[in-house]
Design a protein around this ligand. Structure first.
Ligand code: AMP
Length: 255
């Protein structure tokens, strides 16, 4: 779904890091929300992130997007740490904590964004979560909630294995839920749709097991801190979004 959505707000500071500034900074929110989204690959987290950012005026801080954006740089422009990160990413492995944390620290001012933030893909391990809470403590900021989207494994496999991607413009479709107008052809640019290697059922199961192993402990970490909201993600994207908003509102009112 990611490829079919409208343009995202400016995230130059996050994507480029260093001294880069957003050309159109997020608007100051009266009560900026600071959230983390958790969820297995294919659960629709990217779609929810975008809907939530539009609704809340927050900035979408995805660590995966930073690594993908760095692929567009010339090899000489990438730091050694980023080069290493891209090697891990290409193998489908998690990037080592120290590289991810260094990258986030370099973008620390994005955590102070006046619109609030929505972290997506970070933290992914308990060590990352612990560092994040130290960093937020140093900035005198706190999280409002951690939203975890959940769905039985077989439903995620069915969702991901039906995904078809355009090699030219990266738009994604789904053979059942979001078919292209002409079977196998991209609606946007006429490219020939294909199934990504890692969207085949066996590869999906491997990715989901990796997610379970590294990220499931985070669920306990945030539950113990009273921040966790669990959302069942089997409904339509709009319905899931409405459930998320309702849960956030209820949490906001909790004593
Ligand atoms: P994502 O778009 O969040 O699925 O991330 C894509 C890839 O980037 C992952 O498969 C990892 O290789 C890497 N990555 C992104 N965020 C992290 C993180 N917080 N910790 C470790 N690796 C990450």
């Amino acid at each position: 779904m990611k490829g079919n959505m409208t343009a995202m707000r400016d995230r130059t500071a996050w994507l480029k890091g260093g001294k880069a500034r957003c050309k159109l900074p997020a608007q100051r929110q009266p009560r900026p929300k600071r959230l983390i989204l958790l969820g297995a690959p294919g659960i629709g987290k990217g779609t929810q992130a975008q809907l939530l950012c539009e609704q809340l005026g927050a900035c979408h801080l995805s660590t995966g997007d930073v690594f993908r954006a760095s692929k567009c740089l010339q090899p000489g422009e990438r730091s050694p740490a980023l080069e290493t990160a891209l090697e891990y990413m290409a193998r489908g492995d998690l990037v080592p904590d120290e590289i991810v944390l260094g990258m986030v620290r370099e973008r620390i001012r994005c955590l102070r964004c006046q619109g609030g933030f929505l972290l997506d893909g970070f933290p992914r391990t308990v060590a990352q979560a612990e560092t994040l809470s130290d960093v937020l403590g140093e900035l005198d900021l706190s999280l409002d909630a951690v939203v975890s989207y959940e769905l039985p494994l077989e439903q995620i496999v069915a969702r991901l294995s039906g995904r078809r991607t355009c090699p030219n413009c990266n738009a994604t479709f789904h053979v059942v839920a979001l078919p292209s107008r002409v079977e196998g052809i991209c609606d946007h640019c006429g490219g020939k749709l294909y199934q990504r290697e890692d969207d085949r059922p066996e590869a999906i199961r491997v990715r989901l097991r990796a997610y379970e192993k590294s990220t499931a402990p985070l669920i306990d970490f945030y539950r113990q801190r009273g921040l966790l909201i669990v959302i069942e993600a089997g409904a339509s994207p709009e319905e899931t979004f409405q459930r998320t908003l309702a849960a956030l509102t209820t949490k906001g009112r909790a004593p």
